[in-house]
Design a protein around this ligand. Structure first.
Ligand SMILES: Cc1ncc(C[n+]2csc(CCOP(=O)(O)OP(=O)(O)O)c2C)c(N)n1
Ligand SMILES: [Mg+2]
Length: 355
C-alpha cells in the first residue's frame, strides 16, 4: 500500500477559499503578489488568444485555469535555481524573471535575445517531454560544480508517457540529482484524456518505482502548490534527491488556438472545474484575511491589464527579425556549416549581417 502522499491531493484552501491546511509563512506583500501574478497570467493568456484571432499573433496555447499551479511551481525557486518548462509554463517563466515581451516575441516568430541569462530558464520546450533530461543534466552539472542550485522541470500529463521522462526520472533517482519534477496534470493532452496516459490512480505514484517521493497536490490551490514545491526544492538542495509533484488542474481553453475542444470534451467537465477556479478561491482567501479589499483588488487587475497592453504595444512597434538571425543563436561560435547556411539564407532573403 502506497503512503497517502502519493494518492490524496494536498490542499490549503478549499474551492470556496476556506483554510483547510497550514498556510505557508509568507509576508503579506508576497501573498498578494501571488494573486497579482495569477491575474497577469489570465489576462495575458486571454489577450494572446484574442490577438491570434485578429491575425496579430502566432499559434498560442492558453494557460487560463492553470494559474495557481504555474505560480506555485515557480515562486519557491531562488534566483540561482533553474526552470525548464514547456509552452504551458509561460506564467511560471514570468515569475522566474523572463519578461513578458520576450515570450510575446517568441510567439510572434521573432528571434531576439529573449531569455535573459540571469533568469536561468531554458527556452520553452515544444517537443513533448524532451526537456526533462536537460533539467536533470543541469541539476547534475550544478552539483558537480559545487553550486547549490536546484533545477525544476515542468511538463504535462501527456508528456509523462514519453520515454525521455522515464529515463530522466530514473537517472535522477539513482544519482539523487537536485531536481524537482512538476507534472501539471490538466487532464488533457490535446484530445487524449488523462485516463489514457496510465492505468495508475495517480501519476505521482510512479515516483515509487524510481525510489523517490511522489506528491499529489491541488494545483488550483496556489498556497498548497507553493508549499509542496518549496519542500521539494529544500529537499533537493539539501542533497536528499528528487521529488515528483503532480499538480491537479485543468485547462479552460483549447489546447492551442489551432484546436477545438468542443469536439472531444464535455461542457459539464469545464463547468465543474470553473467552480474550482484558482483565482476566485485565492482572492476570497485574501479578502477574508483582510490582506486585500475591493479597491486594492480592482487596482491590481487594472495594473496587470495596463502592463500586458503596454507589452503588446511595444511588440507591435518592433520590426520582424531578419530570418538569418536564427543561425546566430544556436552556438556561441557558429560552425562552418551554419555560417554557410546563414549566408545562403541571407542571399535568398536579401538580408546581410544585421545585429
Ligand atoms: C514528441 C512530441 N510528440 C507530439 C507532439 C504534439 N503535441 C504537442 S502538445 C501535445 C500534448 C501534450 O500534452 P501534455 O503533456 O498533457 O501537456 P499540455 O499541453 O496539456 O500542457 C502533443 C501530443 C509534440 N509536440 N512532441
Ligand atoms: Mg495535459
Amino acid at each position: 500500500m502506497l503512503p497517502d502522499l502519493f494518492l490524496t491531493p494536498r490542499q490549503v484552501l478549499a474551492p470556496d477559499g476556506t483554510v483547510v491546511g497550514p498556510v505557508p509563512d509568507l509576508p503579506p506583500d508576497r501573498l498578494v503578489g501571488f494573486l497579482r501574478w495569477m491575474y497577469l497570467g489570465r489576462y495575458f493568456s486571454d489577450r494572446m488568444v484574442n490577438l491570434q484571432r485578429q491575425g496579430r499573433m502566432g499559434t498560442f496555447g492558453p494557460i487560463a485555469g492553470q494559474e495557481a499551479a504555474s505560480v506555485g511551481l515557480a515562486a519557491p525557486l531562488e534566483g540561482r535555481d533553474w526552470l525548464v518548462g514547456s509552452y504551458r509554463e509561460l506564467l511560471s517563466y514570468f515569475v522566474k524573471g523572463v519578461p513578458m515581451l520576450a515570450l510575446m516575441q517568441v510567439y510572434r516568430g521573432y528571434v531576439g535575445d529573449q531569455y535573459p541569462p540571469e533568469a536561468r530558464c531554458l527556452p520553452i520546450q515544444i517537443v513533448i517531454g524532451a526537456h526533462i533530461t536537460h533539467a536533470v543534466g543541469i541539476a547534475m552539472a550544478a552539483r558537480i560544480a559545487g553550486d547549490d542550485a536546484v533545477a525544476l522541470a515542468a511538463f504535462g500529463d501527456g508528456a509523462s508517457s514519453e520515454g525521455d521522462v522515464h529515463e530522466a526520472m530514473n537517472f535522477a533517482g539513482v544519482y539523487k540529482a537536485p531536481v524537482v519534477f512538476v507534472l501539471q496534470n490538466n487532464h488533457w493532452a490535446i484530445s487524449t484524456h488523462r485516463s489514457r496516459q496510465s492505468a495508475a490512480a495517480t501519476l505521482a505514484q510512479r515516483a515509487a518505482g524510481y525510489g523517490f517521493p511522489g506528491v499529489v497536490v491541488d494545483g488550483n490551490d496556489v498556497l498548497a502548490t507553493y508549499a509542496v514545491v518549496k519542500e521539494a526544492v529544500d529537499r533537493a538542495r539539501a542533497g536528499d534527491g528528487p521529488t515528483l509533484i503532480e499538480a491537479i488542474t485543468y485547462r479552460y481553453g483549447a489546447h492551442t488556438t489551432a484546436d477545438d475542444p468542443t469536439r472531444y470534451r464535455p461542457d459539464e467537465e469545464l463547468k465543474e472545474w470553473q467552480a474550482r477556479d484558482p483565482i476566485t478561491r485565492y482572492r476570497r482567501f485574501l479578502l477574508d484575511r483582510g490582506l486585500l479589499d475591493e479597491a486594492a483588488d480592482r487596482q491590481l487587475q487594472e495594473q496587470v491589464a495596463a502592463e500586458v497592453d503596454a507589452a503588446v504595444e511595444q511588440l507591435e512597434a518592433m520590426s520582424p527579425t531578419p530570418p538569418e538571425r536564427i543561425f546566430d543563436i544556436v552556438y556561441a561560435e557558429p560552425t562552418p556549416q551554419l555560417r554557410a547556411q546563414r549566408a545562403e539564407m541571407a542571399a535568398r532573403t536579401g538580408g546581410g549581417r544585421r545585429g
